[in-house]
Design a protein around this ligand. Sequence first.
Ligand code: AGP
Length: 610
Amino acid sequence: MCGIVGYVGDKEAAPIILDGLKRLEYRGYDSAGIAICDGSHITLRKSMGRLVKLEEAIRHEMPKGSCGMGHTRWATHGKPSDLNAHPHSDCTGEIVMVHNGIFENYSEVRDMLVAEGHVMSSETDTEVLAHLIESNYADDLATAVRESLKQVRGSYAIVVMSEREPGKLVAARKDSPLIAGFGEGENFLASDIPALLPHTRQMCVVNDGEVVELDKKQIRFTKLDGTPVEKKPMTVNWNIEAAEKGGYRHFMLKEIHEQPRAIRETLSGRIAPDGRYVNVQELAISDDYNRQLRRVQLIACGTASYACQVGRYYIEKFAGLPASVEVGSEFRYSGPIMGPETLVVAVSQSGETADTLAAIREAKSHGCKVVAITNVVGSSVSREADMVMYTYAGPEIAVASTKAYLTQIEALCLLGLDLGQRRGYIDRDRVMSVAGELKEMSAKIETIFRKNESWIEGFANENHEMPQAFFIGRGLDFATSLEGALKLKEISYVHAEAYAAGELKHGTLALVTEGTLVVALVTQPSLREKMLSNIQEVKARGAFVLAIAPEGDAELSKHVDEAVYVPRTVPELMPILAVVPLQLFAYYMAVARGNDVDKPRNLAKSVTVE
Ligand code: AGP
């Protein structure tokens, strides 16, 4: 998720673009760059680090010109560096572009272009498209862009300009957001509304498959085949703060709703088009290593450790390897008994959690290979691990982790499937059924928003004064219960405990009294009967039971007080769907209790100290 800004008009473009990028830094901030055309020549300046670093670098030599673009990066392909920062150009420097998204087939297109003599200067997928446009350019930039986009697969929001056509920007969108802004004698492009609000409230959302041609007088929209598209501007009445949250009240709710896109982008390029196999390219392990591998140790903290509780199941079921989970703060002092036969998987959204980092160093001191699963390219965890598998959730601003958790589960599922394939433990049909269902997750999460969100909000409003809550489940549902309890605790400040449902009778049941809320996860068919008896146990003590279950289990509603039904999927992937109502419940409880949802008391987004 990156930030893009484009401007064409009569004013100096650079200050307008830099100000727009500042308003989009929440979309990514590991490098920034601008490109300005003065009517004949394009000046390109970019640097690693936050936008303020670029501003300092160009303060006394601001590029001149009234047409240009800018980019603030959230790295996906290619670590944060000056070279990998956008904008990128073709061989001549005459064609320059910025991009938000992921080109899945960039390596094959790059090989083709290099064979034609193109020289790449960065590791990014974006630069490949700049050279492809160069190779397709005859005498019209928009035509060259349209032709090039037919040759790439993936997600994009791009802005392109050429010295051969000064005063003109060409843009296009597929899956990544892009907005066109209409001014007086000037026009704008941006990833998101906040960048445009100081200049205009007349905007158009660029839709998937549309190409935009703009100069200071007009904005034209076409399809990829060049067919014109008529669009009417809308008037945006948001204030800046509302716009940064995409119109949502809090970043947490925005990030919950970003999960369908985050899931899609994390999946991108990791499942063959026919769904028949999973390919985690980052998992560079040899056949010899595979043969000596005896077990997997997952290490993480907080929510990431609960994602590992789900991931452990995937590694055991799909790869046939014993797997265990340890929190970083315990592992690092536990004197672990391990060696090269153990693969360590370290999971961290920020990639900066001190306990997880220390655990990685401990594991490596025992000769273990380490795979990191992280959301931040170039983070400390990614640099210290032997292999890195990125989640593409985009920046997670709210302290309470939601979209990162979901993409961590997804990445662990892909890792388990790929390990299982390499070890011949899982057959292609099984891989296909799980991988095929992974592709359906985004749509099924959208269904939960549509069907369940308003009821959950109402239920939270009615029950926001409850003193405590219990989350119970068995197997994968117990792992989901752990995350549900943490979400509720950390933002609503209601004490909540997760319990393996079979454990209740060994003590906790003493705490269940009249009206105690018990959230029962009942998504695993093989454990459903056992869960029904645990539900009876707590009902007999006066509990109010809210069940989370797959659609179609109407009989369950006879045994509980309320039930939230989520779309069905294979049992292994139910944790991805079952957690969404729990995230929403925690969010609306915190709102009803008047808490600072995005910045809960006592907590930090990344715990970089012991
Ligand atoms: C989760 O909502 C919390 N913010 C916290 O538990 C977090 O998951 C934990 O600190 C680990 O952070 P990391 O994923 O960045 O390593």
